[in-house]
Design a protein around this ligand. Sequence first.
Ligand code: MIC
Ligand code: SF4
Length: 654
Amino acid sequence: MNLTQKILKAHLVSGELAPGNKIGIRIDQTLMQDATGTMAFLQFEAMGMSRVQTECSVAYVDHNMSQFGPENHNDHLYLQSISAKTGVHFSRAGNGICHQVHLERFGNPGGTLLGSDSHTTTDGGLGMLSIGVGGLDVALAMGGEPFVMDCPKVIGVRLTGELKPWVAAKDVIFKVLETLTTKGNVGCILEYFGPGVESLSVPERSTITNMGAEVGVTTSIFPSDERTLAYMTAQGREEAWTPLAADPDAEYDRLLEIDLGALEPLTAAPSSPDNIQTVRESEGIEVHQVLVGSCTNSSFRDLMIVADVLKGRTIHPQVQMGITPGSRQVFEMIASAGALQTFIASGCRILESACGPCIGQGMSPGDERVSVRTFNRNFDGRSGTRNDLVYLASPETAVACALTGKLTDPRRLPELFGIEYPDFTWPAKFHVDDSMIIPPAESADDVEVIRGATIGEPPINTPMPEQINGKVLIKVGDKITTDHVMPAGPFLKHRSNIPKYSEFVFTIFNAGPGPTFAERASDWRDEGGHGVIVGGESYGQGSSREHAALCPMYLGVKAKIVKSIERIHLANLVNAGIAPLLFMDDADYDAIDEGDRLRIDDLPGQMRAGETVVVRNETKDREFTVRHGLTEEETRIVLMGGRLNAVKEARGNA
Ligand code: MIC
Ligand code: SF4
């Protein structure tokens, strides 16, 4: 067996372990962050659940920390109080980015982790099966429900050799992205193995598993070995370590081979993480901003490499540089190692330990200015600037650009500045201080949940109508991300208030003078119509935010018809009671225009009867057939108007 199969087998509660089947697995741990966590907790409450049933559940505050207006702090207070009441550990604002902290303090080899954030996959670096999902699915797992998923195909990635100086773990995942791209990998897991694995530390492995989210796979995993033991020992958690690996004769559904020694510094050019180029070929492009941080690249190692290069130097006058330590542990360690002093002296701006600019919370670049970031996503506008030009890169490449003011291959640092590759050694012990993680209250009775005025209710959908009186509210192209659907940046603070947040659906496409998407949708809804969204390939890439389903649902959208759809978004649509329908012929996509009236007769009957649904385009006077790949249970949920209705009915509190 491969490692994925071993962990799945140990957690299997229903179904048969063969690709293509639905399986249910037991979830040991859950994670949520504030931007998805408030809605997840509101849904947990709405389903009538009280204390969590997992081995360990943690709620983090790391996304919504700018605190312009009362919304963010209201969210923090709600999360802290409801965590205490329901049995969840609470990681306070300032303690760090959920994935970095979870890796440090909670993750364990061989366990299962479900998180309401797509980069929950970070813990795969420890040998934990870690999956990102929407908030409602985390709420269900907290309530003790098994997680139902497609039994994955496992892609083996055999690593050989060792990285050369100035080439980093980030370049490994860029290589994978170049090969597999961001689309077409739904239902797969990436499993790393081979002699090259031992040369990578756990945080480096986690950079690789973190960005598996960009590949669109369910998760990514590394074996648990002596390097894993060393990391867990340094965290004082060696008792949670266990060795794990695939059997020597394990089989994979597909095999990739990467010679680490043959890699060179790579970058993801604007504006997709799979737009991979060598840094060499992009050299010379002017850079105005460099940001080091995010859950991908903000470990102690990453920051020490950057500090070592900067030591005794000042960043280029044209560049503004920001540093975001991944956790309070990393922050304290760079402080005691003298790296913080180096950052300050070299002119860096020190940001707090949080997601920050990665999710458009500050440091948006100027119009059409190049920003080089060690982050994982460079979707248009995610930085908070509509016409941004974000290059993703390793810390090594980022710091080279900060010194030269141009895209620079870090292998030229010795020749340009006489800088040798930093000689970094992992400390035997990390700085461990869990005082910012508040354990839950012993008894729920002693805790009063604090609900500020900006905390709303989770939206409840109505059952699917017999006839869809549809209008195409928007037609979009390929690779539409959930950032396009539900922007973050300045709008992120409305996550707990669906009516307000819904005003910003598809904001990036609202450039012209006409009515916004939200205005078109709500006018049509108020006339008794049903909204339809039309899209291309790989719709719903990126984040796990269920708001990309909940807000369109609130605006009356009943169906999305797209060429293909990504895993988490598909699950979120089902949970919200929106029909996810797939084109069977590209010509049908081509024949639709925004504003077309689409009629679907007896949608419930058609969905129950089989895989296909006939749609009539009344504007174009043509009919076409689409399909839905849903199971009977998923169909039932969509037709009931979403999972909240289904769970309430099952629990007798409808
Ligand atoms: C992201 O990186 O896009 C986020 C913000 O962390 C999201 C979650 C969210 O939208 O709250 C993710 O990756 O799932
Ligand atoms: Fe936070 Fe960015 Fe990581 Fe998302 S990708 S969890 S916004 S640091």
